[in-house]
Design a binder for this molecule. Structure first.
Ligand code: ADP
Ligand code: MG
Length: 453
């Protein structure tokens, strides 16, 4: 049993020391270091993890490790309650997830700012795409309510750093004592809390809380659209805070002028301060972000691998991070080194090959993979039933999905001539017509092929 007066951090550190001995350093820094222990009581251990993915990964792969170590340290196996850093709660669809009994939302008002301290200006990588947004955010963080940037509205596509910047403002203000009462909330959570307060007859308490802060950070205001009563409530909150010279920071996934279903008076309030945007990062910024993440997590990763990821994953920063995490996860699970070859294999699905035209070889590969037959047999002379079927199907889908001439298709199947291809297509068409099961199967394969490009 741990000492009665031992803090949760001390106890947790004991667990970490034991865990660290049992797994590779990379696995440790990826999955265990980011965990924040919150408390232990009634044989329940409450820990905070950065994301839903993180939680699922631990549950799936490290449950036994946890149990062994806990038994060692606590003398019993506590049940684990996971809480997710609140940013995750701002996404729709997360409700299913919250229904899981092990998940609790531990963060309650008013003492908690709901900020996640991993979002700081220090670890925000600057580039052309976000320089201005960062400078404005920093200015606001240094003097909340005292600049003309009120409200500051940050907009941009998904995964480009809006939440990061919004929370960095809060974290900076906390750390440097720039504001007393700071609250971060997504507009979705604001809406849900407001509805709950209506149900509990506690709307006065709700209003008071939000109107008493010095710095209010509201993420993803697009969720306010079409929620009339919440908009009304937020309108009053907004006005009161602004009148008192308090700072408001908003984020949105599109320019406010494109917010349909939001009252005019709100849009005009939202756009009365400074509006900045975050854009898709360029290659250099993507490189810098990956390097920074690797450095932060203490991961040794060759430059050519970073170049590979930065070249192929271009849409947003969340995907960049996701790619890196996926790569690490594979490496640590299989005990492999992080190599370019591994990166190519692991990130295949991640990398959109939108510009690559579909080839006959690709179709052959997917079909052989699907039916678990060796690829060269499809081009050989074999007349084994299942191989003939796969061969004919490949010919049929090559004809359907590519622009190659029948002659060319035949050539790709061990130099068969175009009449063989015609025969194959007729045979498959007949089967599709007469065999429901078969036709469903073909649809599955076809979708697989279409998704591969
Ligand atoms: P958004 O809110 O715009 O959808 P997030 O702020 O959640 O995007 O960013 C997605 C992920 O990318 C987060 O983990 C965040 O820390 C990271 N990220 C975004 N921008 C940067 C940046 N400039 N430097 C470092 N990490 C970043
Ligand atoms: Mg966000």
């Amino acid at each position: 049993m741990p000492e009665v007066y031992e803090s949760i951090e001390e106890t947790w550190n004991k667990c970490l020391v034991k865990i660290e001995k049992k797994i590779p350093p990379q696995t440790f820094s990826t999955w265990f270091k980011p965990i924040v222990p919150l408390r232990i009581h009634d044989s329940k251990l409450v820990i905070q993890v950065p994301s839903r993915f993180h939680y699922e990964w631990i549950e799936e792969h490290y449950k036994d490790l946890f149990n062994n170590v806990f038994l060692d340290v606590f003398g019993f196996v506590p049940s684990i309650n996971y809480t997710i850093a609140l940013i995750e709660n701002s996404f729709p669809g997360v409700n299913n997830y919250q229904e899981k009994p092990t998940i609790t939302n531990e963060l309650s008002l008013p003492t908690n700012t709901r900020l996640n301290d991993r979002y700081t200006f220090d670890n925000f990588v600057e580039g052309n795409s976000n320089q201005f947004a960062k400078a404005a955010s920093l200015a606001v963080a240094e003097a909340p309510g005292k600049t003309t940037f009120n409200p500051l509205l940050i907009y941009g596509g998904v995964g480009l750093g809006k939440t990061h910047l919004t929370q960095a403002i809060g974290n900076f203000a906390v750390e440097n004592g720039k504001a007393h009462r700071i609250l971060y909330i997504s507009s979705e959570k604001f809406t849900l809390d407001f509805i709950t307060s209506i149900q509990n007859n506690s709307t006065t308490k709700f209003s008071k809380l939000y109107r008493s802060v010095d710095l209010l950070l509201v993420d993803d205001i697009q969720f306010f659209t079409s929620k009339e009563r919440t908009q009304e409530e937020f309108f009053h909150t907004f006005n009161e805070l602004q009148q008192k010279g308090k700072q408001i920071v908003l984020s949105c996934d599109r320019p406010p002028s494109e917010l349909k279903g939001l009252e005019e008076r709100l849009i005009s309030r939202f756009t009365s301060g400074l509006i900045v945007d975050v854009q898709v990062p360029d290659f250099e910024t993507r490189m810098a972000i990956l390097q920074k993440k690797a450095e932060q997590d203490n991961i040794q990763i060759d430059n050519d691998i970073i170049v590979f990821i930065a070249t192929n994953i271009t849409s947003n920063i969340r995907e960049l991070e996701g790619a890196l995490i996926k790569l690490l996860a594979h490496a640590s699970l299989n005990g492999e080194d992080i190599s370019l070859d591994l990166a190519k294999r692991v990130l295949r699905d991640f990398i959109k090959k939108k510009n690559t035209p579909l080839t006959i070889e690709m179709i052959q590969r997917i079909i052989c993979d699907y039916f678990r037959i060796k690829e060269d047999l499809i081009r050989a002379k074999t007349r084994k039933k299942e191989i003939v079927l796969a061969r004919q199907l490949s010919m049929f889908l090559s004809k359907e999905l590519t622009n190659y001439a029948l002659k060319t298709i035949g050539l790709h199947f061990g130099g068969r001539d175009h009449s063989t291809v015609i025969h194959a297509c007729q045979n498959i068409e007949k089967k599709i017509k007469n065999d429901k099961q078969f036709s469903l199967e073909i649809e599955k394969v076809r979708r697989k092929i279409e998704l591969s490009v």
